[in-house]
Design a protein around this ligand. Structure first.
Ligand SMILES: NC(=O)c1ccc[n+]([C@@H]2O[C@H](COP(=O)([O-])OP(=O)(O)OC[C@H]3O[C@@H](n4cnc5c(N)ncnc54)[C@H](OP(=O)(O)O)[C@@H]3O)[C@@H](O)[C@H]2O)c1
Ligand code: SF4
Ligand code: SF4
Length: 379
């Protein structure tokens, strides 16, 4: 395993972290974790040098934290650090934060959580946290020894990201980042910004939740196959991240043992600067081609957000693009209805036109949202 400096800490994190959000299940229900396989996978990763396991209150219908506790028995707890997250959407008053943290300490069967994140911060949750006194609370629980290092995971625009980075003495943050999403949310600029402020940066969704593990469309394959070293799609995507010095750790939510083995092996051979300049350029070209063959030329820059009516403009376009480029209509249609609230969906656009003025790509956002809604049968 390769290890990387974790921000300002006197500790090195394994290049790969285990994300306990996509564990194997026994049936259709996410809460029905296949315990034997999941534990075997987590322990295999730790036996091969992984020293960071990431879970959260809601994963697997609330069963992930307890599963992690069981996986870390028999001496595994001592070999790894645990990250979990305060469920931001459930916090209404100051006492709620203590209540959830105490429950998580019980679920995880530990006296202290190593890395504790405010989960999925966006403008709304951030404002609420400030109102309930989150800074004083984090100071208090650190003092009490219930958490060692505070951090946050993030899903909003770059400006909000920078504001949050500058608001508290965080040890680390967690962002969605991959070679197609270099401008999405915090993006590459956010990564560099957090790094320059001394935060460790943990990467989530390095394979866009699995989409980048699929065989790429022919046009993209043609570009990547020009490289001197031939790689599979997972290797391209993960090595693009590990190539960057600002990346502290890449989390992968692995569903099967062969994925764990492959990702552990890739991490063991990873290093900063592994890709040649030519390969990095080819990956930029591939990302450019991806945008070209996508029905909507959205770069995810977020200049158009927030929509005053709450429409999640770039997320709608990403779902539409991925569904077309990778042939994942059913999967992305489910995500459209499952992960977007009614007011966030393309169909909620009232055509006020505010966003179109802000779009550097000059996209006809109103028409494209109507097209997206109709594509997902939401009109
Ligand atoms: N804080 C937050 O807001 C937040 C949000 C998202 C994620 N996270 C955390 O970040 C972790 C990583 O994100 P993610 O799970 O979305 O990561 P990801 O790596 O983008 O996606 C994981 C999926 O990629 C596929 N995969 C992984 N390795 C593979 C391999 N070697 N070969 C083929 N397919 C492979 C699997 O898909 P299939 O199952 O289709 O095979 C797997 O379920 C999560 O597990 C979670 O712990 C946090
Ligand atoms: S045109 Fe639609 S998406 Fe754009 S700001 Fe107005 S309501 Fe939001
Ligand atoms: S629609 Fe335009 S402004 Fe909005 S994220 Fe996409 S490219 Fe950026």
């Amino acid at each position: 395993m390769q290890y990387r400096k974790f921000g300002q800490l006197d500790w090195n994190a394994s290049a790969l972290g285990f994300g306990a959000m996509r564990l194997p299940t026994e049936g259709e229900e996410s809460g029905d974790i296949d315990e034997e396989r999941a534990i075997e996978m987590i322990r295999y990763a730790i036996d091969h040098g992984v020293n960071y396991v990431d879970t959260a209150w809601p994963y697997h219908d609330g069963n992930s934290e307890e599963l992690v506790a069981r996986a870390l028995k028999d001496g595994y707890r001592e070999k790894t650090r645990i990250a979990t997250k305060l469920p931001s959407w459930l916090i209404e008053e100051p006492g709620d934060m203590d209540e959830y943290l105490d429950k998580q300490l019980d679920r995880l069967e530990v006296d202290q959580i190593d890395f504790y994140l405010l989960h999925t911060l966006n403008k709304k949750y951030w404002e609420n946290y400030k109102e309930v006194g989150v800074f004083e609370w984090l100071d208090k629980v650190k003092e009490e020894g219930k958490i060692a290092y505070p951090g946050f995971s993030f899903h909003d625009d770059l400006e909000t990201f920078k504001e949050i980075v500058d608001s508290y003495d965080w040890t680390f943050c967690q962002i969605q980042y991959n070679y197609l999403d270099r401008e999405f949310q915090a993006g590459m600029e956010g990564l560099k910004y957090a790094n320059s402020k001394g935060l460790a940066v943990v990467i989530m969704e390095p394979l866009r939740g699995g989409k980048l593990a699929a065989e790429p469309p022919e046009e993209i394959d043609e570009i990547l196959s020009k490289a001197d070293t031939q790689r599979g799609p997972v290797s391209w995507a993960l090595n693009w991240l590990w190539d960057q010095p600002e990346v502290s750790l890449v989390l992968s939510g692995m569903t099967a043992m062969d994925q764990v083995k492959q990702n552990v092996e890739l991490a063991s051979n990873s290093k900063i600067g592994k890709l040649t300049e030519g390969e990095v350029r080819l990956m930029e070209e591939a990302a450019e081609k991806y945008r070209e063959i996508s029905p909507v030329g959205c770069t995810g820059c977020n200049y158009c957000t927030p929509c005053p009516n709450g429409v999640e403009i770039p997320t709608n376009f990403t779902l539409y693009n991925e569904a077309e480029v990778y042939g994942k209509f059913e999967e992305n249609k489910n995500s459209y209805y499952e992960f977007l609230d009614e007011e966030q969906r393309a169909s909620a656009c009232v055509a006020c036109g505010e966003c179109e003025e802000a779009c550097p790509q000059n996209l006809e956002i109103i028409d494209l949202l109507a097209e997206t809604a109709s594509y997902f049968n939401d009109s």
